[in-house]
Design a binder for this molecule. Structure first.
Ligand code: NAG
Ligand code: NAG
Ligand code: NAG
Ligand code: NAG
Ligand code: NAG
Ligand code: NAG
Length: 403
């Protein structure tokens, strides 16, 4: 409430000047110095809806509910950032989906309430998991974040017979062709050295699981293709796909795995699906381009609440809508269990190590190279020149068919 009450006081002060009313005595208690002091978090935890956020509350390690800070532009459902009393650890809730994530993070970055230049951002959310790579209740750390549904789509009933899926990249005429219309949010790459640090910390956690999750994942043991799904939860390094559409089923899972490979030049390995990360990353990228934060201090952590495609012999519809997959509770729990090791590791090692940052040894940024450097994904030189041209051409479909 600290900042919101200051705003209220400032608004009173202003209106008293305007109206000539006599409420100055009340507002005089506000110390001017407080109104310019910014919260300087060491770690900002980014969650997306209430269950992901609440798992961090009332924990023994720190109290995120010591300060609630109203941030203009946050979701009407989640208007406040939550911080420890000293402001060293904060949390926000974006609201779900790409639009909520982009607007909330943009509002945070531009609020003027926080100094984020040294802040580590820990994206801590649940997602679907590719059963070829892992299982429910696992905690994954992405290097690439891919906006997979930013493609053309035909309902599969109307697709040409030679298409493997109804999705095909924009300005192409067949699935698996490199997209010829680039919006700039297709791929983000985060600091891999920091990812390894985060994985090192997370590995110290004892992961939670549930009997229901164990029962459901046993269904995947019927196929060797899904050996990873049948094992218990783990910490995994693999990439994350963003789409507003909550897709499910073997064919879309495979189509988006193919697309992830395509746009990362074979480097990215699709393992989790979620609805926010690319939007969060785009907002942070623009903040970094304005010098407001360090894009090399972002960790993309997603735990697995459900499988994105069904076990052998089960329909995609039943799997999505009716099956008791059992992964939600342990996945949410594991965001905290793995995440708190990361937060603690960064905060405890702040002076010696983390205040300085973790030097990246890979390309860090977006597909345009906005922050400098050349993307190490995408078909190299072909992409490097084209992206710039496409960007200059203006947004959206205007550039279509003229390439
Ligand atoms: C912050 O908000 C939470 C509810 O979201 C509440 O439980 C807590 O008491 C609030 N903290 C303060 C300091 O007002
Ligand atoms: C796929 O089928 C469509 C429609 O019949 C045809 O126009 C196109 O050339 C085919 N593409 C390939 C790569 O075979
Ligand atoms: C998982 O977490 C739940 C809720 O906190 C707890 O009841 C359960 O005992 C935990 N199970 C394991 C295996 O850690
Ligand atoms: C994914 O790519 C493989 C290899 O190119 C292809 O055989 C398969 O049909 C694709 N799957 C989908 C659903 O597009
Ligand atoms: C993309 O992959 C090819 C080989 O698969 C490689 O020659 C090329 O340099 C890669 N491009 C980038 C930008 O990494
Ligand atoms: C979204 O983020 C993922 C990584 O989290 C990245 O692989 C992907 O390219 C991003 N997609 C878009 C459209 O930004």
């Amino acid at each position: 409430m600290r900042f919101s009450s200051i705003y209220t006081a400032a608004a009173c002060l202003l209106s008293s000047f305007v109206s000539g009313s006599s409420s100055l005595a009340e507002t005089a208690v506000v110390k001017p110095s407080t109104s310019t002091s910014k919260i300087t978090p060491k770690v900002f935890i980014i969650t997306h809806f209430n269950p992901e956020a609440a798992v961090w509350w009332n924990i023994p390690e720190f109290n995120l509910l010591a300060q609630n800070i109203t941030v203009p532009g946050f979701s009407p459902l989640f208007p406040e950032a939550h911080c420890t009393a000293d402001g060293s650890i904060c949390q926000l809730i974006t609201g779900e989906g790409e639009i909520n994530a982009a607007v909330t993070l943009t509002s945070l970055v531009r609020s003027g309430l926080f100094d984020l230049r040294q802040t580590y951002f820990l994206i801590a959310g649940i997602g679907g998991i590719n059963p070829e790579i892992g299982t429910t209740a696992s905690v994954t750390f992405a290097r690439f974040s891919i906006q997979v549904a930013l493609q053309y789509e035909l309902d599969a009933r109307e697709k040409p017979d030679n298409f493997s899926t109804g999705y095909f990249p924009q300005d192409t005429n067949f699935p698996d062709q490199y997209p010829q219309s680039i919006y700039g949010t297709e791929v983000f790459e985060v600091n891999d050295a920091l990812r390894q640090v985060a994985i090192g910390f997370a590995t110290k956690a004892t992961l939670n699981d549930s009997a229901a999750a164990a029962t459901y994942r046993a269904n995947y043991a019927k196929s060797t293709r899904f050996a990873a799904a049948a094992q218990g939860p783990r910490i995994l390094a693999c990439d994350s796909a963003t789409a507003d559409t909550y897709f499910s089923g073997a064919l879309l899972g495979e189509a988006f795995a193919n697309y992830t490979k395509l746009v990362t030049n074979g480097t990215g390995q699709y393992c989790t699906s979620e609805q926010e990360d690319n939007a969060t990353l785009e907002a942070l990228l623009r903040g970094a381009a304005s010098g407001l934060l360090d894009f090399a201090r972002i960790i993309v952590m997603r735990s697995a609440s459900d499988f994105d495609f069904p076990p052998p012999g089960q329909s995609a519809f039943f799997h999505l809508v009716y099956a008791e997959q059992g992964g939600f509770a342990p996945a949410v729990q594991n965001l905290y269990r793995a995440g708190v090791k990361i937060v603690g590791g960064i905060v405890n090692g702040w002076d010696a190590t983390y205040s300085k940052g973790v030097a990246a040894n890979n390309y860090v940024g977006d597909i345009f190279g906005t922050l400098g450097g050349k993307p190490d994904f995408g078909p190299g030189s072909k992409f490097d020149n084209k992206a710039v041209n496409l960007r200059k051409r203006g947004p959206g479909r205007q550039g279509k068919r003229t390439l």
